[in-house]
Design a protein. Structure first.
Length: 214
């Protein structure tokens, strides 16, 4: 790695040490003497590159609810899923060659035959680590005697492909004393701290990839 790269990596390492703190539903990292270019780069990486799980494929077995199949699939895509980044690959980078396997897909089902709202909490996952972050998101509703049965697949993706994979809202706040605050408001897939640390890992990787091309 070149001199410049080492310097940047050292700086990024220091950001990792600069502890952020949880403030209500936000994770706030305060930067001193740092260019807002670099803080903004971290923000962009959070929005575009930090991966999460989302529902990508919905097979409708029975849909006797009043909503169209596509509407149900769309709503399911927006349910944030708790994400474990250590155990899974991106589907298109997986050993299976993108066919789909236990290392790149999580299988779920949703079955309900009782009347009333169908909530995200009715989704049952074959991996207890990858489940809806919120049980109370309404998907559709059922009249008496009607049922819904779905087979679902969730995969890792990034906000750059589709907003449903974005892990958080994130923005910068510039203070009068010259400090910059990076505000992260997680959607529930990962904690604010996990999102921030993951973004720094990606930043370091981007820098070294860039350098290897120079
Ligand atoms: Zn696979």
């Amino acid at each position: 790695m070149t001199h410049v790269g080492k310097k940047v990596e050292k700086e990024v390492g220091e950001y990792k040490m600069a502890s952020g703190k949880v403030v209500g539903n936000q994770f706030v990292v305060t930067f001193k003497d740092t260019s807002n270019v670099i803080v903004n780069a971290i923000r962009r990486i959070i929005l575009d590159n930090v991966p999460t799980f989302a529902i990508e494929d919905v097979e409708i077995v029975v849909n006797e609810s009043p909503l169209y199949d596509e509407t149900i699939a769309h709503r399911l895509g927006l349910v944030p899923l708790k994400t474990d980044l250590k155990s899974y690959n991106f589907k298109d980078e997986c050993k299976c060659g993108g066919i789909g396997c236990a290392l790149c897909e999580v299988t779920m089902t949703l079955k309900q035959d009782s009347e009333g709202y169908v909530y995200s909490g009715s989704i049952s996952s074959n991996d207890p680590q990858i489940i809806p972050a919120d049980d109370k998101i309404p998907i559709t509703m059922l009249f008496p005697g009607k049922k819904l049965e779905l087979n679902i697949k969730a995969v890792l993706g990034t906000g750059r492909e589709h907003a449903k994979w974005a892990p958080a809202h994130s923005y910068l706040k510039e203070e009068k004393n010259g400090e910059i605050q990076l505000i992260i408001e997680p959607f529930g897939q990962l904690s604010g701290k996990e999102i921030y640390n993951q973004a720094l890992e990606i930043l370091i990787k981007k820098i070294s990839d860039l350098e290897s091309k120079l």
